[in-house]
Design a protein around this ligand. Structure first.
Ligand code: GTP
Ligand code: MG
Length: 195
């Protein structure tokens, strides 16, 4: 995909702040620190466009990035960060549910999990939530540079089994830092659009 333009359009909390022109959206969800914002940067070949951080919980709003004035990547706040308060957790739930419950523009959700680890109970709940709301789910196994290529399949099977993915749901290994798998991910995005 040739990136002609990318711009952050809005950092939203409330529905009234979401973009309203009806362009398609692809959302990224996953644990805090799993690499959601980094994947946006890798896909766009930009260094610090979506803000990343070593401190989990960096992204606390819904960030809409408009690509080629055609579609949006939507970077959602992460979950599973132990050090946040109950009220912060509740706030996260409200923000997520408000966005996911009836977003017609939302054509696919990418659930990011760390390739090294078995998905957590929170990841599984997130996957079930995605299905409950009726969206397509693609799993991105992040930080693939942390294991050798020979180990990909083993880790991918563990992820597939734990989440109990449907047969046609893909797991795509990606390393944002080494830029591996980024082309595969773009191909998948483009294919999804054309179907
Ligand atoms: P929140 O906004 O807190 O939910 O986190 P996030 O999911 O957006 O994670 P972010 O992209 O900020 O990345 C978190 C940390 O993981 C940063 O220190 C990144 O440099 C690192 N990281 C992200 N992707 C990769 C990767 O592919 N490989 C390696 N080795 N590190 C990565
Ligand atoms: Mg982030």
């Amino acid at each position: 995909m040739k990136i002609r333009s990318s711009e952050i359009v809005v950092s939203a909390i409330n529905k009234s702040q979401y973009p309203s022109e009806g362009m398609p959206e692809i959302a990224l969800v996953g644990r805090s620190n799993v690499g959601k914002s980094s994947i946006v940067n890798a896909l766009l070949n930009r260094r610090n466009f979506a803000r990343t951080s070593q401190t989990p919980g960096k992204t606390r709003t819904i960030n809409f990035y408009l690509i080629n004035k055609e579609f949006y990547f939507v970077d959602l706040p992460g979950y599973g960060y132990a050090k946040i308060s109950k009220s912060e957790k509740d706030k996260w739930g409200v923000i997520m549910e408000r966005y996911l419950e009836a977003r017609e523009e939302l054509c696919a959700i990418f659930l990011l999990v760390d390739i090294r680890h078995e998905p957590t109970a929170d990841d599984k709940l997130m996957y079930e939530w995605i299905k409950h709301f009726g969206y397509d789910c693609t799993v991105i196994a992040t930080k693939a540079d942390k294991i050798s290529r020979g180990q990909y399949q083993k880790h991918i099977s563990i992820i597939r089994k734990k989440l109990q993915l449907e047969a046609d749901e893909k797991i795509i290994p990606v390393s944002s830092s080494k830029k591996t798998g980024v082309e595969d991910l773009w191909e998948h995005i483009v294919a999804q659009y054309n179907s």
